[in-house]
Design a protein around this ligand. Structure first.
Ligand code: IPD
Ligand code: CA
Length: 266
């Protein structure tokens, strides 16, 4: 398997060069489901590249990608779960905060994850049971408590029904922790939790390609990740995500429950 994982990393890094070489004219930005949900020609191009390269490495695997053309119905237990460009809005606006995310699942269990930030040449990886790494060096979540935590909030931009709970929880966190941030790439937010740059991250609705690879990177780095109601993450449907170091996960879930009660009373 080690050779396969190395080959996946090589493909992910190569996909990063496609992102770095993108030109404004070539982006061809269009709305996908709404004015909040944009897509570029590069999202499709990177996905096509990865689909071809990854399935050549493991032909029996299924392929679930954010852009059209996925093979979700594959009978195989092995499945690639791919976000060709996570942080598309950042990419369009040249904020240099986007990444390529590739997870490899066997059934409902993530076995391998790679998240590559081409702008900083940072490759986060994790192999189930073998740890998490940044450019090959082991990483670990922080041991900071919630009172001193820096927390990423995700705004679930494609789902207006998530706005009340999101901002109720954001308010609780702002009152409780050190400060909050919003970065615009769920996969990189998970990697920042994993390497201890921030303590926690939540978002009320994400798709499996946003968190598949990052979820393994968080747990292999000693962190915890679940849905905001504490249930296990699902990789076959959209899900909320609560990721944190070992100290901050339970307080985050508690605050989410309070935020939920508060918004359902209103
Ligand atoms: C989005 C980003 C963003 C998050 C959205 C995601 P995309 O992914 O991860 O940070 O708030 O919910 O859908 O559309 O840029 O791949
Ligand atoms: Ca995404």
């Amino acid at each position: 398997m080690e050779k396969l994982y190395e080959q996946i990393c090589a493909a992910v890094r190569e996909a990063g060069t496609i992102v770095l070489q993108a030109t404004a004219e070539g982006k061809n930005v269009r709305e996908k489901t709404s004015r909040h949900d944009l897509v570029t020609a590069y999202d499709a191009r990177v996905q096509r590249f990865l689909q071809e390269r990854l399935l050549a490495l493991l032909p029996e695997a299924g392929f679930l990608g954010e852009e059209d053309g996925g093979r979700l119905e594959s009978a195989s237990a092995w499945r690639f779960i791919v976000d060709p460009i996570d942080g598309t809005m950042n990419f369009i606006r040249t904020l240099r905060r986007s990444c390529i995310s590739v997870g490899l699942a066997q059934g409902e269990r993530m076995e391998f994850g790679a998240v590559y930030d081409p702008y900083h040449d940072e490759l986060f990886t994790a192999v189930r049971g073998a740890g998490a790494f940044l450019n090959g060096a082991p990483i670990h979540v922080s041991d900071c408590d919630m009172a001193h935590a820096l927390v990423y909030i995700g705004s679930s931009p494609y789902y207006p029904d998530c706005i009340p709970q999101t901002f109720a929880l954001a308010q609780k966190l702002t009152e409780t922790c050190s400060d909050i941030r919003r970065s615009g790439s769920a996969a990189l937010e998970l990697c920042d939790v994993a390497c201890g740059r921030v303590e926690a991250y939540f978002e009320y609705r994400l798709s499996p390609w946003d968190y598949a690879a990052g979820s393994l990177i968080v747990t292999e780095a000693g962190g915890k990740i679940s849905a905001l109601n504490g249930e296990a993450l699902r990789f076959d449907q959209k899900c909320s995500v609560a990721a944190a170091n070992a100290l901050c996960h339970a307080p985050l879930l508690q605050m989410a429950e309070q935020a939920q009660q508060q918004t359902s009373q209103n």
